[in-house]
Ligand binder design. Structure first.
Ligand SMILES: NC(=O)c1ccc[n+]([C@@H]2O[C@H](COP(=O)([O-])OP(=O)(O)OC[C@H]3O[C@@H](n4cnc5c(N)ncnc54)[C@H](OP(=O)(O)O)[C@@H]3O)[C@@H](O)[C@H]2O)c1
Length: 233
């Protein structure tokens, strides 16, 4: 099997990140996955994936991740959270938590890893945003704002990092069946999900497009992939 170098996947303990870590390991990357759920990370260890447990909103943990993954040739910024509820009912800590992880921690990890890639003159950074990086629906204002920021970060990184030989891919999924839906506690939002008349994507569907972008030849830069359940507007 090809030795593709080292991939750092954030949020690898669950959902899209876990599926991506497994897909990349299968494709020949040496994978380091992060998350907070130690038991879930231990399970990844059984698949030959190295793991680090901690909270990415803690700058000390980000430093530890960057130190452990300084040689990464591929970074998949996947860890994320949401606060889907009507704006008037969302507590302040709700949006602070979303921006702390989806935006601030993503910037912290990306800068640390991108500096190493720039010094070596090559690398690939994937950012998992959302279809809500380009539109806003009811009850999604805070999350959509954070993902609009991720899209802007991806575009800005592409401009600044291209001269350093670094490719930047934004992957924007629609609805994917994962643990993140447990964070939705608002009854009206949950009822809206239950009424949707189409099957949701599986995490493996998104992992497959991330793997394909990562496996593209160095001369090919996949800038943006939107992937949605057939039927989702
Ligand atoms: N599911 C969807 O419908 C959907 C759609 C579009 C985009 N996305 C995006 O896809 C990405 C992955 O989401 P998912 O659906 O796969 O959700 P998930 O199953 O809940 O996975 C989220 C991952 O992020 C990690 N994480 C959460 N808070 C963290 C923190 N403070 N520090 C470190 N790690 C943290 C979680 O690890 P621990 O639980 O171990 O902390 C977990 O590994 C997110 O960026 C999300 O916004 C999801």
């Amino acid at each position: 099997m090809a030795d593709r170098g080292m991939a750092l996947v954030t949020g690898a303990s669950s959902g899209i990140g876990r599926a991506t870590a497994l897909a990349l390991a299968e494709a020949g990357w040496s994978v380091l996955g992060t998350g907070r759920d130690r038991a879930a990370l231990d399970d990844l260890g059984a698949h030959g994936i190295r793991t680090l447990a901690g909270d990415l909103t803690d700058p000390g943990f980000v430093d530890a991740v960057v130190a452990a993954a300084g040689d990464a040739t591929l970074l998949v910024n996947n860890a994320g959270t949401l606060a889907h509820a009507p704006f008037l009912e969302t507590p302040r800590h709700g949006w602070r938590g979303v921006f702390d992880l989806n935006v601030h921690a993503l910037l912290d990890v990306t800068q640390g890893i991108a500096r190493g890639m720039a010094a070596r003159g090559s690398g690939h950074i994937v950012l998992v945003s959302s279809l809500l990086a380009r539109k806003v629906g009811p009850n999604t204002l805070v999350y959509a704002a954070s993902k609009h920021a991720v899209a802007a970060i991806a575009a800005g990184l592409r401009v600044e990092l291209r001269p350093h030989g670094i490719r930047v891919t934004e992957v924007a999924p629609g609805l994917v069946s994962t643990r993140i839906q447990r964070e939705v506690t608002h009854a009206g939002v949950k009822a809206g999900y239950a009424a949707l008349p189409f099957p949701w994507l599986a995490p493996e569907d998104v992992a497959a497009v991330i793997r394909a972008a990562a496996e593209a030849p160095p001369k090919a830069s996949t800038d943006l992939i939107e992937i949605r359940p057939q039927g989702q507007p």
